[in-house]
Design a protein. Structure first.
Length: 413
């Protein structure tokens, strides 16, 4: 059995940013979108390095190629201090043979998305690795709340920040008429699902449809870079007809979208239910209940605004000075409303101990999305201090070690 694909793509800087940090890959049988981050040129470099590595390593399997792309970005950031902290999302799709049948294999890290448009419905296949995505999966936010949440741009998993990364994989049994949509958040943050559906239904040419989606995102404000890759299944060797014929006269859907999730870890035939793992058909239900949720959404927005403020005030970490010592805080510098940052732990380091180049970052109360990242920053400060200065006399017993170090004697009850 053979599958024929036709594809199109479009990308644009948008109306606010000055640089397009997105990159895309559009080759026969291999498609990807990467949304780089890191400021200045770093985001642009991250997404391009990732896409190049994906293409180079595609022969090793999709998930492995994404892991190697992660490694490539990570190593590039280690080699070049001006690129430190850069990262990129990546979603990718490829055609593979599975038990003699062509299948679409999809991989994802980050908050770019892969959707399938089938039978008039748009179904999101990937999970967003973002704080709001996790809250939505845990049932703490609705899809509508997530879409307008002030922290929706915080990504919880990216390529390039760690030497290794966990890659989500999904399989899709392709049928003629399917349209696979890969896109960066610059599209779905700006354009509603039903508007995307309208374009996908009315514009058959993949290039035209991709360009139209980018235009709509710009007309809605274009607040971010926008990248769209659209892959059409134009022939499936008669599979779609066979599926329809076998179900003629019934109301059952002939080609339900099944989101088959695969972990890279030990292949288990039936994954145990867990609130971290997605459930098949979730996005379909969301579309069907859309109108009924409208009234609830209004109430939810009010609650969400209050919760969002609290959440905004309490998420994130920064490194600053407290009692003349370099200190890790949880919260936002200066606080939000009456919600003040709290001291997570105070190190023994003084501002004056730090190399001059580092003092500015601490004085500016440099922010981090995760505690681990803030602790790594402090570890680096500590290393740089021990290599550049001699031990200061008189600070013997006051040093407070971070929780990851050996237990301090003072912690005994
Ligand atoms: Mn983006």
């Amino acid at each position: 059995m053979t599958i024929s694909l036709r594809w199109g793509a479009a990308t644009d800087t948008g109306r606010v940013r000055s640089v397009n940090e997105d990159s895309a890959l559009v080759e026969d049988g291999l498609f990807a979108v990467a949304d780089g981050m890191g400021g200045h040129v770093a985001g642009e470099v991250a997404s391009r390095v990732a896409i190049d590595a994906l293409r180079t390593n595609a022969g090793q399997g999709l998930a492995e190629a994404v892991r190697l792309a992660n490694r490539a970005v990570f190593e590039r950031a280690v080699d070049d201090p001006s690129l430190r902290g850069m990262g990129t999302t990546m979603c990718a799709a490829t055609l593979v043979e599975q038990d003699g049948r062509p299948q679409l294999l999809i991989a994802n890290v980050g908050d770019s998305r892969v959707y399938v448009f089938r039978d008039g419905e748009l179904v999101q296949l990937t999970d967003d690795h973002s704080l709001v995505g996790e809250m939505e999966r845990d049932g703490r936010l609705t899809a509508e709340e997530a879409k307008v949440h002030p922290q929706r741009n915080i990504v919880t998993r990216v390529l390039g920040n760690e030497p290794d990364v966990e890659v989500d994989q999904f399989w899709l049994d392709p049928f003629r008429g399917d349209r696979l949509l890969l896109c960066s958040d610059g599209l779905f943050d700006m354009v509603d699902d039903d508007v995307m559906v309208h374009v996908l239904r009315s514009e058959p040419d993949a290039n035209e449809a991709a360009a139209e989606l980018v235009t709509l995102a710009n007309e809605a404000g274009g607040r971010d870079n926008i990248t769209v890759v659209l892959v059409d299944v134009v022939d499936d060797g008669g599979k779609a007809e066979a599926a329809s014929a076998s179900l003629a006269g019934t109301t059952t859907k002939s080609r339900p979208v099944e989101r088959v999730v695969r972990d890279d870890e030990p292949a288990e035939p039936a994954p145990a239910p867990s609130n971290r793992r997605p459930r098949a058909g979730r996005a379909t239900r969301h579309l069907t209940w859309r109108s009924a949720l409208f009234v609830l959404a209004l109430l939810a927005i009010v609650a969400g605004a209050a919760g969002g403020t609290w959440w905004f005030a309490r998420t994130g970490y920064f490194v600053g000075i407290d009692r003349h010592r370099v200190t890790l805080f949880q919260g936002r510098p200066g606080g939000v409303l009456f919600l003040d940052p709290t001291v997570e732990h105070r190190t023994g380091l003084r501002l004056g101990d730090l190399p001059p180049a580092r003092r500015a970052a601490v004085e500016d109360q440099h922010e981090f999305t995760t505690k681990a990242a803030a602790e790594r920053f402090i570890d680096r400060l500590r290393q740089e201090t021990t290599t550049t200065t001699t031990t200061t006399p008189g600070t013997t017993s006051t040093t407070v070690l971070p929780p990851t170090s050996a237990p301090t004697p003072s912690s005994t009850p």
